[in-house]
Design a protein around this ligand. Structure first.
Ligand code: ZN
Length: 222
């Protein structure tokens, strides 16, 4: 069972809610998958049953999954379309992996079907421990993060490169979906996505903070 935890291990007294995720929020990533760069990012959900710990030894729910490293926001207060300054409800920041069954997603896209089976399955959202938002750089436009895979830089996300900045994403989400304490918002992936294999060693870092987490891909059954 997943529980929200602060980066120093303390459990947060919050339920595990849904994740509202953003697709195509970085132009370069839309291009690498031959998707059009949208006027407005697209939204999808992952349910609480998709949440799992971004642990040192991560067992993948299925073989051949692709990683997308994303900045994640933890919601600490109820929000709806009438909320004034929704950004003030964000209490934590971390990195998460939007795990994707890319082949299945391609089939679903082609058939015009929803993506849930490729993105919202059990274990599809490994989430790191939460860093209190106060420990992030004061200017959100300066936030950036990295994924190193087997010692080499694979993804470098910068808020300044997002098509829609995090505070605007909240406003966009709240048009259709209210958010509850314990819900999570994923802000989209930068370029550099790819497939995961057993033995891969991932190092995720929030730049200019002390937060980092290592994640090794364990073989099924280990
Ligand atoms: Zn994603």
């Amino acid at each position: 069972m997943f529980t929200h935890r602060w980066w120093q291990g303390e459990t947060l007294d919050l339920p595990v809610g849904k994740a509202v995720c953003i697709g195509r929020n970085y132009a370069e990533h839309a291009r690498e998958l031959n998707n059009p760069v949208p006027k407005q990012p697209l939204l999808f959900h992952k349910p609480a049953t998709a949440f799992c710990e971004l642990s040192d030894s991560l067992q993948l729910a299925r073989p051949g999954l692709h990683f997308e490293t994303e900045l994640a926001l933890l919601i600490g207060a109820p929000l709806n379309a009438q909320s004034v300054n929704p950004w003030s409800a964000v209490i934590g920041v971390t990195l998460a992996l939007d795990l994707t069954d890319r082949d299945l997603q391609a089939e679903l896209k082609q058939a015009g079907h929803p993506w849930e089976r490729a993105k919202a399955f059990d274990g599809a959202l490994p989430i790191g421990t939460w860093l209190p938002i106060e420990k992030m750089p004061a200017n959100v436009a300066d936030w950036s993060y990295r994924l190193d895979m087997n010692g080499a830089l694979r993804q470098h996300g910068q808020v300044s490169q997002m098509l829609c900045a995090p505070a605007q994403l909240l406003e966009l989400i709240l048009v259709d979906f209210s958010l509850q304490p314990g819900d999570v918002v994923l802000t989209g992936t930068p370029a550099g996505v790819g497939v995961l294999s057993t033995g891969d060693d991932l190092l995720l870092r929030l730049d200019n903070t002390d937060w980092q987490q290592r994640c090794r891909l364990a073989s099924p059954g280990s």
